[in-house]
Design a protein around this ligand. Structure first.
Ligand code: GTP
Ligand code: MG
Length: 468
């Protein structure tokens, strides 16, 4: 079966008839599906009303008599679900049934592990909430922000691939099963889809003061989990969709943007006279760097092995001169005779043995006298500390993703071994990326002089080496 729609209910006898009818009308003929109503033995007999809809709308009912609670109900629904995808939504019509197919398709066809109905991405919102509810929701959200990049962590409207749910990790406490799922199951690809939250017409809200307290206790547990648990070994590079990195760099001035822009400028300054040169970037991701080069080169080629990133790069940046090719950078590369090969924050992601293969291939694709420009974190600087802290704050484990750790000596000797002559080298980025409270001009000025004050201590190494 493709989809199970899970609707937790408590005293929703009026709503349940409307919601199941509507949801069914959007699913019928499109998916092989079931609707699972998980009711906590409601005094208004929601379970009975729902049971009568069985034949008409493919409704199944779980009537729970013990261990009551919203998260427990959702979790039980997920366990009982026959579908490959579990979609969770409220019964009170706050979540528009018309959006259900879009959320399902983001998982079923869009390659996402989880899709979230979101009030906080462009196009989403809430229908006239009083100021205090907005304030509470804002506060709750801010508190969860450091442990997940998802914006609307308070949403109760989401679809997840059942094989991504790690049942023995999820502790059903509190109201926020989505947040619990995001932290414990660490879905790699998440998408937020905008919707407007409607206020309920029938029935009563179960939201009360005790739920806020539960939330704080829940959050404390999640922080503890994030800080003390180890993360999965081979987390993917991108928690969010393929354009996330690209948008982050082209969007507001954050630490991330400062970091990458400085790196881009450094790499660009090492490409002398780019006009009439053939440039190739290995591990080009969504094509951000190449898209920012002045297109006076003869050709520029980005290579990456992630099909989603490649599709994004092609869609947004490909031109006659700028092309993107799927490829494994440790195997023979599709083009030769290049003037410049850029490998920027890539080499640390592949084991040493593979990096040897990559350098060999890079050399084979360079013309004689051509150069390789490489950047990678400097493990003989403050970088390991930065990595440790950053790692705790993010769903992706940078510490374990960086399987191949460099310092200047290791990097230059590896390049020399492969027949390169070191032309220029140095380190950059010390404190400036993290001084986000200062005006951008100041940060830029500090960035320019910090490497001179503390030579060798920059978080990133750069080397330009020439093929002999
Ligand atoms: N099974 C079960 N379902 C619950 C429980 N509490 C709430 N629900 C259901 O969970 C969904 C969300 O609850 P709501 O009371 O609407 O909470 P809310 O959406 O945050 O607040 P309002 O829409 O303003 O009422 C609804 O479908 C409820 O019926 C519970 O203890 N057990
Ligand atoms: Mg509601």
């Amino acid at each position: 079966m493709q989809v199970t729609v899970i609707i937790p209910t408590f005293n929703e006898s009026e709503n349940i008839q409307i919601i199941t009818k509507e949801v069914h009308s959007f699913l019928e003929g499109r998916y092989d599906h079931e609707i699972l109503v998980v009711d906590d033995d409601s005094p208004d007999k929601t379970w009975k009303v729902a049971g009568a809809l069985d034949k008409k709308y493919k409704v199944k009912v779980i009537r729970r008599r013990e261990d009551k609670g919203l998260s427990q109900s959702v979790l039980e629904g997920m366990k009982e679900a026959k579908g490959d995808i579990c979609l969770v939504m409220d019964a009170d019509l706050s979540h528009p049934p018309a959006l259900v197919p879009k959320i399902i398709d983001a998982v079923l066809k869009g390659g996402n592990d989880i899709a979230i109905g979101s009030r906080l991405v462009k196009g989403g919102g809430v229908e006239d909430w009083p100021w205090y509810r907005r304030l509470v929701s804002f506060g709750a959200r801010i508190l969860a922000r450091p442990i997940t990049p998802v914006r609307d962590t308070m949403s109760g409207f989401f679809a997840i691939r059942k094989d991504k749910i790690i049942f023995n990790q999820i502790q059903p406490i509190g109201y926020k099963i989505l947040l619990e799922t995001l932290i414990k199951c660490k879905p790699v690809r998440a998408k937020e889809i905008p919707f407007t939250f409607r206020n309920r017409e029938f029935g009563e809200s179960k939201l009360g003061f005790s739920i806020y307290i539960d939330y704080l206790l829940h959050l404390a547990r999640l922080y503890r989990h994030v800080i003390f648990s180890s993360k999965p070994k081979h987390a993917q590079n991108h928690f969010l969709d393929e354009g996330h990195y690209d948008r982050a760099i082209k969007g507001k001035w954050t630490i991330q943007k400062f970091w990458h822009m400085t790196k881009f400028k450094k790499v660009r300054s090492l490409i002398e006279n780019p006009s009439s040169k053939k440039i190739m970037e290995l591990g080009c991701g969504p094509g951000t760097f190449l898209s920012m080069l002045k297109p006076n080169y003869t050709s520029a080629t980005g290579i990456d092995n992630d099909p989603n990133q490649m599709a994004y790069a092609k869609k947004h940046y490909a031109t006659q001169k700028l092309t993107f090719k799927m490829g494994d950078i440790t195997k023979p590369l599709p083009i030769e005779n290049q003037d410049i090969i850029i490998i920027s924050e890539v080499i640390e992601h592949i084991p040493l043995k593979e990096s040897e293969k990559m350098l060999k291939q890079a050399k084979a694709s360079l013309k004689k006298g051509g150069s390789i420009i490489l950047t990678t974190p400097n493990y003989r600087s403050f970088w390991p500390i930065i990595e440790f802290v950053w790692n705790k704050m993010n769903p992706v484990n940078y510490e374990e993703l960086h399987v191949n750790k460099y310092n200047m000596k290791k990097l230059t000797s590896q390049l020399k071994k492969h027949g390169f002559k070191i032309d220029r080298k140095g380190t950059f980025l010390i404190a400036s990326p993290f001084l986000f409270f200062l005006p951008l001009q100041w940060r830029t000025r500090i960035q320019k002089s910090e490497s001179a004050v503390l030579p060798g201590l920059g978080s990133l190494l750069y080397v330009k080496a020439i093929r002999k």
